[in-house]
Design a protein around this ligand. Sequence first.
Ligand code: Q46
Ligand code: ZN
Ligand code: ZN
Length: 312
Amino acid sequence: MKCKKCGARASVNMRQHRMALCKEHFVEWIPEQTERFIKKYNMFARDEKILVAVSGGKDSLSLWDILVRLGYQADGLYLGLGIDGGVQYSSESHRLTDEFAKRHNLKLHVVDIEGEYGYSIPVLSDISHRGKGKPCSVCGLTKRHEMNRIARDLGYDVLATGHNLDDEAAVLFGNTLQWSSDYLLRQGPVLPSKDGLARKVKPLCRFYEREMTAYAIARGIEYIYDECPYAEGATQIFYKETLNQLENSRPGAKLTFYLRFLEARQSGNLFIEKDREAAYNIHPCERCGQPTSAPELCSFCRMLEKAKTVSE
Ligand code: Q46
Ligand code: ZN
Ligand code: ZN
């Protein structure tokens, strides 16, 4: 297999694009494509301030690396979740994120959830009864709340996350199986800012997971190999495997599934009533001021409230 650009031995073969590239051309191709997606989906402009949510994994660190290489003003945000049983997931991912920031001389904001609110994610999950032993829903809620809070408090224009095509296709697959129209309406490379929510973008949403792994390795990025110990057995992983089987027999199926969805949504062909969203009454939470559709407190503040009553 030869590199399409220079004819040297290829190191990455992308069957879905019928294209193979050598290492040097591959690490150039990824940022070029990213820039193309940023423009195509109107993610952000040159002069906007970007906050990248970094977890220490290959996708978010690569995203940060790419945005900086492209010359964007991108700072990082690391959230300390306190997930440290056995594998030391949080402390190791924090260390790697810190090292990356130092090595490239980048600004990293660190928020430790336990330091900020008094409970780590696993503890908060257990005492708030939002999923004993399965902290993902508490974790997701907390991450969304904190990312939005920091982006808003520190004056960032946009919040960028490292979701790749495998992530997006798995979520889309799940939402389609459940026919979750509200989620389907909101899924996409850009979620515009609205009612106090920061604009959210996913510049890597068209890259396969294996492409991001290849990029991180080719760029010598040190990332955490272990998944969060709670990720195992999650439904999303099952969806990913199912889609991988499909992809193996039909290269490009995953990308087509996602892109055709975006096209249908864009042209209003999803058969979902668009104004339904307007029915929600969004207003600021009485405690933290972030937008919510719940009567008084947002779900994050309600969860904390419950945790407090239980632990008192
Ligand atoms: S970090 Fe949090 Fe994930 Fe771990 S607890 Fe679940 S949601 S799996 S991306
Ligand atoms: Zn080449
Ligand atoms: Zn609140």
